[in-house]
Write a protein that binds this ligand. Structure first.
Ligand code: CAA
Ligand code: NAD
Length: 297
């Protein structure tokens, strides 16, 4: 794989996982944050996750304790935290995983377009925004793709690789190869709203919240119904908390504005209210449920 040095911008729920899987695959990784507190939190999550994975590998007899500890130490040792965008200048690939706000993402890519070497590939992990708009803002649309990972990145096998009309074939191939190198199954997607997964998943989450708004069933019963009735690992309301209520609202606000005639894109009042109250789900410790770290309390 030609990609040896990776920059990840944003070390939150998604960014920390992308940093981790890239480091596990042997890449040197710069984890860039705008805030030291968020950077420290992201790096601590990586250490916890590496320890958890090591423990599991030992339990299953795949590694000795010494091998697991050495793997975690090596992977973590390949990660450098930074608050300075200039540290991304010589990366082969930069993956953006910051807040779901198109203007903020475009401004970031415009800046990175001036900082990074000419052949750096840029990728956005956006859940919902057009890749082409960010690609144009970067000044290098031929070297731009969507790389949409899933939450939690360490465990979810999929990555959607999104190309625009302007993406070079070799850039698209390199992005797919990177997805494989970090242990994911890549699927190719066009630059359409929500790509494949979110175009199906987010309207489903919306319907569950509208049910709650109408009082059709309790949140616990809606979640249990989809877990035990359809075999989903978590119900839709737990999943909305898991994804982040602010992120879910941003996805829907963008879509409602762009596609006002699409009935699948609707904003449940209960979602707005929770975000206004600062209840963002797992990341803030409370959303529809209360959370203790990654688990429901
Ligand atoms: N790192 C390492 N290990 C982890 C981990 C992490 N970050 N998170 C969980 N684990 C481990 C746990 O320790 C646990 O290990 P043991 O079996 O040894 O105890 C194992 O993974 C299973 O975890 P849990 O017991 O906590 O819970 P679970 O069995 O429900 O599995 C889950 C957790 C994999 C997240 C599962 O619930 C699941 O698949 N949920 C659905 C997730 C999903 O749909 N994600 C997509 C969201 S949408 C999206 O990402 C796109 C977007 O743009 C919004
Ligand atoms: P998050 O709120 O957990 O993390 C975002 C991080 O970005 C924060 O730590 C913040 O400090 C940092 N940040 C914001 N602006 C920055 C900047 N200019 N430079 C550097 N760092 C900056 O959000 P998240 O859930 O990790 O989502 C990140 C992106 O991934 C969004 O585009 C989201 O739509 C997408 N996504 C989210 C999920 C999910 O389930 N949460 C799944 C797939 C994709």
């Amino acid at each position: 794989m030609g990609i040896k040095k990776v920059g990840v911008v944003g070390c939150g729920l998604m960014g920390h996982g992308i940093v981790q899987v890239a480091a596990q695959a042997g890449c040197d990784v710069i984890a860039l944050e705008s805030d030291q507190g968020f950077l420290d939190k992201g790096l601590a999550r990586i250490q916890k996750s590496l320890a958890k994975m090591g423990e599991k590998a030992v339990q299953k007899g795949k590694q000795t304790e010494e091998q697991a500890a050495a793997f975690a130490k090596d992977a973590f040792g390949r990660i450098t935290g930074s608050l300075d965008k200039n540290d991304l200048a010589d990366c082969d690939l930069v993956v953006e995983a910051i807040v779901e706000d198109l203007d903020v993402k475009k401004a970031l890519f415009a800046e990175l377009g001036k900082i990074c070497k000419a052949d750096t590939i840029f990728a956005s992990n956006t859940s919902s925004f057009p890749i082409a708009e960010m690609a144009d803002a970067s000044g290098r649309p031929a070297r731009f793709v969507g790389l949409h990972f899933f939450n939690p990145v360490q465990l979810m096998r999929l990555v959607e690789v999104v190309r625009t009309d302007k993406t070079d074939d070799d850039v698209f191939a390199a992005a797919r190869a990177f997805g494989e190198a970090v242990g994911k199954a890549p699927v190719s997607c066009k630059d359409t709203p929500g790509f494949v997964v979110n175009r199906l998943l987010v309207p489903y989450m919306v319907q569950s919240l509208l049910m709650l708004d109408r009082g059709d069933a309790s949140k616990e019963d809606i979640d249990t119904a989809m877990q035990f009735g359809c075999g989903h690992p978590m119900g839709p309301i737990t999943l909305t908390d898991y994804v982040g209520l602010d992120t879910t609202l941003s996805i829907l606000e963008g879509w409602v504005e762009r596609y006002p005639d699409e009935p699948a894109f609707e904003i449940p009042q209960v979602l707005r209210t929770k975000v206004e109250e600062g209840k963002l789900g797992r990341k803030s410790g409370e959303g529809f449920y209360t959370w203790d770290g990654d688990k429901k309390a």
